[in-house]
Design a protein around this ligand. Structure first.
Ligand code: MNH
Ligand code: ZN
Length: 181
């Protein structure tokens, strides 16, 4: 998992729980003197351990914590990669470009990033189906990222997680419903 992901997690936790909490989490779940550098890779078990602990601390379901982080992460990634986001004029075009534009760009910018396979399909002007596959099973993070993207474009959406790897499937399906008015 790239350091940039940990950098955004740090921003969120420091903002919402304070620096002391972040430092405690690091001390507990990362090797001594850990500093996350955006372009370097770190064990994703560190990310999992930190988010797990946040969920325990806040007495929240882990999936809700990961989803909230995904939402925050979109803004963190977007602000660090403005040029990538500027290629899209609306929510639908961004979702259609996750795999073939955004993550292709990420592959050029980072050395061996660990990315999911995302297939997006337009069902109708109001419906996009996103299929998610990754050994990291971070589908709730993907859901949060999609809400972050929707907010970025002022698009109201709902998502139904109709199929999930956490229920034994080999992929997840996120059925996005767009609200137009
Ligand atoms: Mn993208 C990792 C989904 C937009 C750059 N991305 C991930 C992961 C998910 C994901 C889920 C976690 C790894 C995994 O599941 O295997 N990403 C999305 C979705 C959107 C998205 C659903 C839009 C919505 N991602 C973006 C944008 C950028 C970006 C925008 C930057 C321009 N993503 C990354 C990087 C990683 C990542 C960087 C981390 C890769 C690594 O840790 O090695
Ligand atoms: Zn899932």
């Amino acid at each position: 998992m790239k350091g940039i992901i940990f950098n955004v997690l740090e921003d969120m936790i420091v903002e919402q729980c304070g620096m002391v909490v972040w430092n405690d989490l690091l001390k507990k779940h990362a090797p001594p003197e850990r500093v996350y550098i955006s372009a370097k890779s770190y064990a994703e078990t560190e990310l999992m351990a930190i988010t797990n602990d946040v969920a325990l601390m806040l007495n929240m379901p882990l999936q809700d914590v990961v989803k909230a982080f995904g939402h925050y992460l979109f803004n963190g990634l977007a602000s660090r990669h403005v040029g990538v986001i500027k290629r899209f004029e609306d929510f639908t075009s961004l979702v259609m470009g996750i795999h073939d534009v955004i993550h292709v760009e990420v592959n050029k910018l980072y050395h061996e990033p660990a990315l999911p396979t995302i297939i997006s399909r337009i069902i109708s002007p109001e419906q996009i189906e996103v299929t998610y596959r990754s050994p990291r099973k971070m589908c709730f993070c993907a859901e949060g990222l999609l809400f972050g993207a929707a907010q970025h474009f002022g698009q109201n959406i709902t998502i139904v997680h109709t199929v999930c790897m956490h229920n034994g499937a080999d992929h997840c399906i996120l059925a996005i419903e767009l609200q137009h008015d």
